[in-house]
Design a protein around this ligand. Sequence first.
Ligand code: PMP
Length: 458
Amino acid sequence: MHQTNADIRRLDIEHFIHPYTDFATFKSEGSQIAARASGVHVIDENGQRYVDGIAGLWCVNLGHGRREIVDAIAEQAATMQYYNPFGHTTNIPATLLAAELAELLPGSLNHVFYTTGGSTANDLAIRMVHYYFNRRGMPRKKKIISRVDAYHGSTYVTARLTGIHATKYDFDEVAEGLVHHVSAANLYRRPAGMDEAAFCNHLVSEFEDRILQLGPDNVAAFIAEPIMGAGGVMVAPAGYHARMHAICRRYGMLYIADEVVTAFGRLGEWSASETLYGYTPDIMIVAKGLTSGYVPLGAAIFSSEIYDVISTPQRKGAVLSLGFTYTGHAVACAAGRATIAMMKRDDVNQHVRKIGPLFQGLLSSLRSFEVVGDVRGSHLMAGIELVKDRHQRLPFGAEVGAAHRVFLACRRRGLIVRPIGNVVVLSPPLVFSQEDCRETCRIMSEAVEEVTPALLAA
Ligand code: PMP
C-alpha cells in the first residue's frame, strides 16, 4: 500500500517518539518530513529544497548521497554484513579502521573500542576509566569532573556528565557523587571586568580547587569537548585545554576529550585536541563524522598506557567483560574507512582550513543587528547568541523562543539551522563551497533582520 505524506505524518504522531521534542506543539503540528538529500541539500516531502546548515546534526560531513560511501556500505553488506567481534573473532573493516584511526590520531591513542555512537562511547569510557583505576589498585579514584553546559550524551551516565540544565527537567540523575561540574569556558558570559587571560586563570583555579576539595585520590578524570557544541558553541580561552590537561597530570587524572563533533574535519583537522589546542588526551571519543553520518558508529580510543593496564591478565579466566553486539559492525566500519579515504583523497581538512575563515568572517557581519550579542566559533562550527540587551548581555527568556524564530525565518528561506536556547547553531557539511557560505550567511542575515522588531518588542 502506498502511504501518502498525510499518512506518514499521522503515523509519526501516533508512533514515533522523537528526541528533543516539544509536546506543546508536536501533536498539533506534526513533523516536517525529510524525504531525500543530496550534496549540501535536504529535500522535504513537498520537494522543497533546503541548504543543510547543520550537516544533519553535526555529522554529514561529506554531504549527502556520496556514491563512494554508499558503495562501500553495499559491498560490505554483500560480503559479510555482520559477525560478532567478541573474544578472538574479528572482521576486516573493523581491524583496518582501528589501524587507520591509530595512525591519524595523536600520541599513543592507538587502541580503539567501537560503540554505536557518541553516548555509548562516553559511557563505555567512564566504565573503562573505573576499571583502569581498580586494576591499578586505586578503587576510590572514581569521580569525574565535567562542565556546566557540556553535552556528552543521553544514556543514564552520559546525561549525568551533561551539564545543560534544560535537559534535566523531570528526569532523575544516577550515581550521586560520581560527576561534578565546573564552570563552562564561556568567554561571552565571563564575570564582568575579567579579560580572556584572567578568565582562563579563574577557570583553571576553580578546577584545581574542586579537585583538592574532592580529594585527588577520589578524582579519576576530566571530560571536555574542545569546543562545546550543543551547549552553544563555546570556544575556550587561549591556553585553557593545555592548562586543564596539565592539572590532570599533576593529580594523576585522565583527560577525556569528547571529539564527537570536532574530529574528522569540522575544525580542519583529523582531531582538534593536540593540533589546535596543544594537549594529548588519554582517551578520545569520536562518532558522527567518523562515518559522515551514513551509519551509526562511535569509538573510544585509549592511550597505550591505559591499554597496557586493561590488557594485562590479572586472574586466569578473567575477561574484559564489556561490549556491544554491534561493536565493530562490519558495515559501519566500512563506511568509516570510505569516509577517511574520501577525506584524504579530496583533502577535506585543507578545504575546511581555507573556507572556515570566510564562513566565520561572513557570519561576523551579523554583529550589526541589535539582537545579536555574540558571533563565535571556529572553521565550520558557529554559534550566534541572541540577546535582549547587548550592552548588559541580557538573555531572552525561554518563552520568547528567540533562536527558534530565527530557525523558522531561515527555513522559510530555504536554510536549516539549529536553535539551542538563545543560540543559533551552524555546522554545515565540510564540502560547503564559497557560494554555499555566502548563501547561508545571506539567509541568516535576512532572517535575523526579519525577526529583530518582534524580538525587541518581546
Ligand atoms: N558528545 C558530544 C560532544 C555530542 O555533541 C554528542 C551528540 N550531539 C554526543 C556526545 C552524543 O552522541 P550520540 O548522539 O551519537 O550518542
